[in-house]
Each structure stands twice: as structure tokens, then as C-alpha cells.
Design a protein around this ligand. Structure first.
Ligand code: HPA
Length: 258
């Protein structure tokens, strides 16, 4: 099967867990994007690094539609993503992993749909993250003995600035556990195409006002570098265990009046 997509977030720039890697330049109706084709334990995989190789693309400028559409054109039905996040929930210490199960969307300037003209599509997002892949991520955590939380609400902010103390306090009251800048619209777009999308959030810092110091991108990158080996193990284990057949309802999420 060559239909598993991996989207690497901050700190996951090269597919160092893949063999026989080859770069593809994929043209989509939304622009070009670079995808790396290769194998993980004999499985065909397509890898995409969200911010570009040298972290040159800021969160609000990522071409989310081109990225997701490229994976779709290549036949990807299932996506595993990583996301560096700050912890709002004080129980989610830096260095732990969170298998996301809900999101709150506070982005402002992004195109969140493939269906603005012509066909009208409404997509179920009740439980947006693929439960089947999420369970495999959990299995990976247990297998390696990594600290993790099964389920967590991801708050997506516009960025590229970090949040204020008041924003983090408010997001916490609303039920947010972790905060990041890129999870939306990526998952929404994948769901519109009936793809499975699961995400392992990597807690790199306590969020603004909780951490007790000023936040910096350097702190996030440093923590991701420290956790690189673990992320690599989690992705390798998960990709190898994803079954050929889908046993979830992700394919049924998008609906139209047609
Ligand atoms: N806020 C937003 N995005 C982030 C953070 C944060 O604290 N840490 C890593 N990505």
C-alpha cells in the first residue's frame, strides 16, 4: 500500500525514518508542492514538511490546500501529522505527547475549504481525528513507554505571534489543552476529501503565562530536537501498523446536497 501520508510539523523537516526517499514536485490546482516518496518498513509513504525544509514558511502562509490536494492526487487516504504545541493544561508537561481528539479553531485568514464554488460540501467534524489511527498512535506510546495523553483539545491560533496570557487563560476556560498554529485548516481540508487524519502533538513548552518566562521559537525547536528520536519511532511504528482496510467513518465525513 502506498497511500499513507505523513505531515511533519516544526522540527520534523527530513524523513529520516524513510528508506529509498525520492523528491516529487506535485502540481495541484492550488499550486506546486514538494512531496518525498519513500518507504517505512516496506510500506509506501509520502512525506511532506509543513514549513519547508529550513522552516521558511510561517503558519499563516503554509499552502494547506496544495499540500492536502497533492497527497490526495497521489492516492493518500490516511494522514499522520505531527504538531509542536504549547501546553495550556498544566498536566501536559513539556516532553509529553498528546494524541489529539478535538480542536477549537481561532484562525482568521485561512482558506478552509476546497468547495467555495460549484458543489456545496458540509463535513462532519464531531470527532475529527481518525479513531483507528489514533489508537495505533496510543499503541506506539505504550510500546515505547513514552509519556502521553490519549485525547486532548487542540487550539489553533493564527500566529505567527505567540499568545497573550489572557488568551491562554480564555482558551483553557473553553476546554483547550494545547495550542499550536498549524492544525487548522489542514485537518478540515483532509476531511473534506474523506481522508483519515490523526495527529500526535508534541508538547514543547508551557503556554504563555503558564511557562513563567518569555516564549521563543528557539525553545520550541530545541525541545523538538531533543524529542526527534521519539517522534521518529512513533511515526515508524504507527505507519507499519496502519491496516490496509479502513475501519473508521472518515470517508463518510464530507456530504453534499447533490
Ligand atoms: N503557542 C503556539 N504555538 C506553539 C506553541 C505555543 O506556545 N508552542 C509550540 N507551538
Amino acid at each position: 500500500m502506498k497511500n499513507i501520508g505523513i505531515i511533519g510539523g516544526t522540527g520534523v523537516y527530513t524523513p529520516n525514518f524513510m528508506q529509498n526517499a525520492k523528491t516529487l514536485n506535485v502540481e495541484t490546482p492550488y499550486g506546486k508542492t514538494e512531496v518525498i516518496e519513500g518507504e517505512v518498513k516496506g510500506r509506501g509513504v509520502y512525506f511532506l514538511t509543513r514549513h519547508g525544509k529550513g522552516h521558511t514558511v510561517p503558519p499563516h502562509k503554509v499552502n494547506y490546500r496544495a499540500n492536502i490536494y497533492a497527497l490526495h492526487l497521489l492516492g493518500t487516504k490516511r494522514i499522520v501529522a505531527t504538531a509542536a504545541v504549547g501546553a495550556i493544561n498544566k498536566n501536559f508537561a513539556p516532553g509529553t505527547f498528546v494524541i489529539l481528539d478535538q480542536f477549537l479553531d481561532f484562525t482568521k485568514s485561512r482558506i478552509e475549504t476546497f468547495f467555495s464554488e460549484g458543489k456545496v460540501v458540509h463535513t462532519d467534524c464531531t470527532d475529527p481525528y481518525c479513531p483507528e489511527i489514533s489508537l495505533i498512535l496510543k499503541e506506539a506510546m505504550e510500546h515505547f513507554g513514552y509519556p502521553y495523553h490519549m485525547g486532548g483539545t487542540y487550539v489553533a491560533t493564527e500566529g505567527p505571534r505567540f499568545e497573550t496570557r489572557a488568551e491562554i487563560k480564555a482558551y483553557g476556560i473553553l476546554g483547550g489543552d494545547v495550542v499550536g498554529m498549524t492544525g487548522i485548516p489542514e485537518i478540515a481540508l483532509a476531511k473534506e476529501l474523506g481522508m483519515c487524519y490523526a495527529s500526535v502533538a508534541v508538547v514543547t513548552n508551557f503556554a504563555a503565562g503558564i511557562s513563567g518566562h518569555m516564549l521563543s521559537h528557539g525553545e520550541v525547536v530545541e525541545k523538538m530536537a531533543e524529542l526527534n528520536e521519539k517522534v521518529r519511532n512513533i511515526l515508524t511504528y504507527t505507519v507499519a501498523k496502519i491496516p490496509d482496510e479502513r475501519h473508521c467513518n472518515c470517508a463518510k465525513a464530507p456530504t453534499s446536497g447533490e
